[in-house]
Design a protein around this ligand. Structure first.
Ligand code: MG
Length: 297
């Protein structure tokens, strides 16, 4: 049975796009997720509190989380200052984002893609000196709301650069839900022809209903790592243009029925999804949370 490694991003990517939760609720959510069999959790991000008030208590959250030795925890950082905070907090897995679309990168972090890539080279060196690893997440890998289509070649150029600079892992982010299965296959075939040495993870949004189809397209190409967010947290209906992450329970439900091993206890995960729904105080956009599994437990 093929083992699939799911990284749960609800506590970070999800909550960053919801109304701020109390610190205690964030800790409770991370701890509950760590008991479902999920083996990777993106716990917090170390960003400036003015930029992202939802993550202002990242240090406190992380210091109070009951760390499960079976779980790999990671944090996202926007820059060199962020990586220093993440290393001080004890993280050994760091993620950093750069957009394939220059316009999106400018709007996101007020820098060109080229400037971000220079920062990332410096950030990787700092992390490696502290024995931490760095995953470079390439946002808008499948399309950009400002620039339209992004070609595999554009993404491939960024992969070339960050591979040279020492990135340990890659992730391709479908930031606004513009990926379709054909585009997923085209990007993977292009990039993997040159860089089969780096682990690659896919991060899909279900904005236009294609997230699970995109996963299904990537599986025969040997991709075994996917991001997902419990309850689909993150697609806040009050923020125009924000788009929903693939719900972890939808991913687990499909993969397990199709003979893949996620290691996740779906029943326990659904309890956490219900908890997340109560915490954010709105109905979450997840078919398996709404309808339950195809057969009752
Ligand atoms: Mg996302």
């Amino acid at each position: 049975m093929t083992r699939i490694s799911i990284r749960e991003v609800g506590p970070r990517d999800g909550l960053q796009n919801e109304n701020p939760l109390p610190t205690a609720a964030k800790i409770e959510l991370i701890d509950a997720l760590s008991e479902t069999g999920l083996q990777r959790i993106e716990a917090v991000s170390f960003v400036h509190p003015k930029a992202i008030p939802q993550m202002a208590d990242a240090d406190e959250v992380w210091s109070k989380v009951h760390r499960n030795a079976k779980v790999r925890y990671s944090s996202l950082v926007p820059n060199v200052r962020g990586v220093q905070r993440a290393l001080e907090a004890g993280f050994l897995e760091i993620e950093v984002v750069v957009s394939a679309s220059n316009t999106h990168n400018q709007k996101n972090v007020n820098r060109s893609t080229a400037e971000s890539l220079d920062d990332i080279a410096e950030l990787i060196a700092i992390a490696h000196a502290a024995n931490a690893t760095v995953e470079v997440i390439i946002a808008t890998s499948f399309g950009c709301p400002y620039e339209g289509n992004i070609t595999p070649g554009q993404v491939g150029d960024i992969v070339d650069r960050v591979a040279r600079d020492g990135a340990d892992r890659l992730a391709f982010g479908d930031t606004t839900g513009m990926a379709t299965p054909t585009r997923v296959i085209a990007l993977l075939e292009h990039v993997r022809a040159w860089h089969d040495e780096l682990p690659m993870l896919l991060h899909f949004h279900n904005t236009r209903g294609t997230a699970l189809a995109n996963v299904w397209a990537a599986l025969p190409l040997g991709i075994t790592e996917f991001d997902a967010s419990v309850g689909g947290l993150g697609g806040c209906p009050y923020a125009p243009g924000a788009s929903g992450n693939l719900a972890t329970e939808e991913l687990v439900h499909m993969l397990e029925d199709c003979g893949y091993d996620t290691g996740v206890d779906l029943r326990a995960l659904l309890e956490v999804a219900e908890m997340a729904q109560r915490m954010v105080g709105r109905k979450l956009d997840s078919g398996v949370l709404r309808a339950g599994p195809r057969l009752p437990f």
